[in-house]
Design a protein around this ligand. Sequence first.
Ligand code: ADP
Ligand code: MG
Ligand code: MG
Length: 255
Amino acid sequence: MAVLEIRDLHVSVETDEGTTPILNGVTLTISSGETHAIMGPNGSGKSTLAATIAGHPKYTVTSGSITLDGEDVLEMAVDERARAGLFLAMQYPVEIPGVTVTNFLRTAKTAIDGEAPAIRTWTKDVKEGMKNLRMDEKFASRNVNEGFSGGEKKRHEILQLELLKPQIAILDETDSGLDVDALKVVSEGVNRAKESSELGVLLITHYTRILRYIKPEFVHVMVAGKVVEEGGPELADRLEAEGYEAYLPEGAPIE
Ligand code: ADP
Ligand code: MG
Ligand code: MG
């Protein structure tokens, strides 16, 4: 049982123009076995929240806290966060030249578990994971994210999720750029991970489409760096019908 607790989080980003506050007091608790969706218009700070949990150096926490089972996440280095059980799928994953998918997965698994996985079961798990996600076997020998299509990047993330078995996963716009078939395959992977290990999921999305496949119990609406409304799945249905306009100042530009 794991609990990720975000309390009154204020985050700023450093730019050429100076320090800009982006998150203005976000409070959120995600426990094992729960699925939370964070929804909101573009630019509301969703990715900033994900990057802050992951420990991206560009973002400065000016006040508030993030804890995992009471341990201070903000004091942890990025690799310690992963070892503690946090998993983050980025909206824009980076290329890792010269590192194949196979080696990357094995290195990550070894770092997180503190020991190398047993070769035979590991090879079998990787093969099975790739098959479930309808990935070509050749994919394993390609360099991480180099020339990956949008769909390949997302399926590679879910493959990591299934193999690394984190406690809490933060998935940032896992649905973006996926066609319906890929969206289904990716969602099935998340649901398998939820079933097999009581995974807690924080699903960040602009659109309600993915929520037809991955069912959240809790929906949080983020606008201008704050959670402005919370509810159950019915809130996502309402957003699907009405959009975010009601939350925005009159005449605000809509991306
Ligand atoms: P979302 O994921 O909800 O679309 P983001 O967290 O990406 O929102 O962005 C929130 C706001 O913070 C936007 O106005 C964005 O331009 C700004 N922002 C985020 N990251 C940076 C950055 N690295 N440099 C400058 N501005 C940033
Ligand atoms: Mg965005
Ligand atoms: Mg984003």
